[in-house]
Design a protein around this ligand. Structure first.
Ligand code: CUA
Length: 297
């Protein structure tokens, strides 16, 4: 199958051409009528009139009806195509909206904000939300679809070329709606398989200061999971391989140790309203914590 976005693009082009031809036809008729029946040609001072032209009335009723019927049939075909058109998905990925980040689940392996997919592979996303209505939209891959609390919607996506694709939450969901970016990384099947295998591995216990701070006073562990450790919070993103992701905070900052430290020091500075609170930590603790997270590759 071709990417759903291509099918939508083709339909938009056809409808655009039809609408343009109608526009040109109507404007041409209008200009002709203005010229043909202008007052200076009508010396008697009477406006030109005509009535009861049955052929004309049938034509201007039938033509729009036929055009709309054709667009309707094309639209039904496109809807069937973007829903998969009988092609079974090669893979299902769970995608869950949170205020204000995305959770992606590959079976028991969870990650956040960065969706990896194998290229040229039809994938169904099972979309839901844990809080308010979000909308998943990566324009180059497929249509947008709402993520609704308490129900699951299915969205077919397909990436034809390897590379990264940008997306965005498309339903206003609170103060940080604009910072709900989606990054899709499309890879060859082999690259994807090795990425997924790496993500599935639990974190290695580091035993250093940073790990101690992470578990300190139940601050980080209340909300975050690091598989392989006792940290099993689910309110925030799974951090097992947080250093493998390109951004922090669903797109607000590029991900490196220095920015991670800045983010940890004051998330509200970079993402005001974010549910991650500002936790007072010493400079040494911040350094250690940023280094710990930076090692979770
Ligand atoms: Cu989530 Cu807007």
């Amino acid at each position: 199958m071709r990417p759903p976005a291509d099918a939508i693009g083709t339909l938009a082009l056809i409808v655009g051409v039809i609408a343009s031809l109608i526009f040109i036809g109507v404007e041409a008729a209008l200009v002709y009528a203005i010229w043909r029946y202008r007052a200076s040609r009508n010396l008697a001072g009477q406006p030109a009139t005509f009535e009861r032209n049955r052929r004309l009335e049938i034509a201007w009723t039938a033509a729009p009806a036929l055009i709309l019927a054709a667009v309707f049939v094309l639209t039904l075909g496109t809807m069937a195509e973007i829903n998969g058109a009988g092609v079974a998905p090669a893979m299902r990925i769970a995608a869950t909206g949170h205020q204000w980040w995305w959770e992606f689940g590959y079976g028991g392996t969870k990650t956040a904000n960065e969706l990896h997919v194998p290229v040229n592979t039809p994938i169904d996303l099972d979309l839901t939300s844990v809080d308010v209505i979000h909308s998943f939209w990566v324009p180059e891959l497929g249509p947008k679809m709402d993520m609704l609390p308490g129900t699951t919607n299915h969205l077919r996506v397909l990436a034809r070329r390897a590379g990264s694709y940008e997306g965005q939450c498309a339903e206003f969901c609170g103060v940080e709606h604009a910072w709900m970016r989606i990054r899709v990384v499309a890879q060859s099947q082999a690259e994807f398989d090795s990425w997924l295998a790496a993500q599935a591995v639990p974190a290695v216990t580091q035993g250093g200061d940073g790990e101690r701070v992470f578990f300190l006073s139940n601050i980080c562990v209340n909300c975050h999971t690091v598989r392989g450790t006792a940290a099993a919070g689910t309110a925030g993103p799974d951090l097992t391989h947080v250093a493998s992701r390109a951004t922090i905070g669903a797109g607000v900052l590029p991900n490196d140790v220095a920015r991670m430290r800045a983010w940890l020091a004051d998330p509200q500075r970079y993402k005001p309203g974010s549910l991650m609170p500002r936790v007072p930590l010493s400079d040494a603790d911040l350094d250690a914590l940023a280094a710990y997270l930076g090692a979770l590759k």
